[in-house]
Write a protein that binds this ligand. Structure first.
Ligand SMILES: O=C(O)CCC(=O)C(=O)O
Ligand SMILES: [Fe+2]
Length: 331
């Protein structure tokens, strides 16, 4: 745990002020953007993405090109992974966004660990961290294909932002180049534990504490019936209003992260979100989600067009943020 004054980045100072409080509003909705016929509709799609990123920081993609069967298969594999015995998963401990952890992520806003386990794939760092084919047949192939498919969608979206920022259409594709050893995009499987009866009314039992993401762009897959994700698009951190982001298995939920906010001189918004606990009477079973974090390669320098922030490598930037998010610094 860190005291607020340990933080060197402004994002963290904000995060430390934002607890679990706040009210839920249904007034705002997260825009849904249709990616079909992408090349022919690029200008129109870019307008919609830009507006959503500037106003809400969150949007959902329809007709993104990843078949529903592939999404469902990835979730089925994820559930099988988390169902492995603890001793098997513990052979693959988390280090630098690669591997498995349970109950170790402490969001500065919450001060207690998220009630979840996760397994992260950051391709260049996976030596010794994949379950064997005997333990989980087909897992690695399924997840690498899903990682690749998610990267494609992420780069399509980022190409629109790059063009609008005057950086050139391929700018972020180069910055997230998958052939490099410095690649650090991450596929993260998430399993929020079923909520035991004894803690269903406890406020200090938190599924996913409020935070902003520290990458460029997050793609999130949610399961129908397993809601709870909320976004706080406003700037009032002391009286936050939360908007639900409803799960729909045909949509990919996207949000801007701090890295792209910095890269855009704060034009694109990285907003707070959290996974709230179910309320009494709601489904209390496990919740599964999968996130893909587009995170620029470690050696890429983040230098914004207007120079609002000093240059920093993406590697240094992420390392600083991770230090503040884990009880032990072993991520
Ligand atoms: O599981 C979710 O719905 C959100 C996950 C998330 O915000 C994160 O891992 O950064
Ligand atoms: Fe997040």
């Amino acid at each position: 745990m860190h005291a607020a004054n340990d933080y060197t980045l402004e994002e963290l100072r904000k995060e430390a002020r934002l607890g679990q409080a706040g009210t839920e509003t249904l007034a705002r909705t997260v825009p849904v953007i249709d990616l079909s016929d992408f090349e022919a509709r690029r200008a129109e799609i870019t307008d919609q993405l830009w507006r959503a990123a500037v106003e809400v920081g969150f949007f959902q993609l329809r007709n993104h090109g990843i078949p529903l069967a592939q999404v469902r298969h990835a979730f089925a594999m994820s559930e099988r992974f988390f169902a492995l015995p603890q001793a098997v998963k513990a052979q693959y401990p988390l280090r630098r966004n690669a591997g498995w952890e349970s109950l170790t992520q402490v969001r500065p806003s919450a001060g207690v660990p998220d009630q979840k386990e996760s397994y992260q794939i950051t391709r260049p760092r996976m030596a010794g961290l994949y379950p064997s084919e005997d333990e989980l047949p087909g897992f690695v192939d399924t997840m690498l294909a899903f990682e690749q498919a998610s990267w494609q969608v992420g780069m399509q979206v980022l190409s629109c932002f790059a063009e609008r920022l005057g950086l050139g259409r391929d700018f972020f594709t180069q910055a997230h180049h998958p052939a490099s050893d410095t690649y650090q995009c991450t596929l993260r499987l998430l399993h929020y534990y079923a909520i035991p009866e004894s803690v269903q009314d406890r406020l200090d039992y938190v599924r996913g504490g409020a935070h902003t993401d520290f990458n460029c762009l997050t793609l999130l897959y949610q399961r129908e019936g397993q809601g709870g994700l909320q976004v706080c698009p406003g700037k009032d951190y002391d009286a936050p209003e939360w908007t639900p982001v409803p799960p729909d298995e045909g949509l990919i939920t996207c949000n801007i992260g701090d890295m792209l906010m910095r890269w855009s001189d704060d034009r694109l918004l990285s907003n707070f979100h959290r996974v709230r606990n179910p309320l009494p009477g709601e489904y209390m079973g496990p919740r599964f989600s999968i996130a893909f974090f587009c995170q620029a390669n470690t050696d890429v320098v983040i230098e914004s067009p207007e120079g609002k922030y000093p240059p920093i490598t993406a590697g240094d930037y992420v390392a600083e943020r991770m230090k503040a998010n884990y009880a032990s610094h072993g991520r």
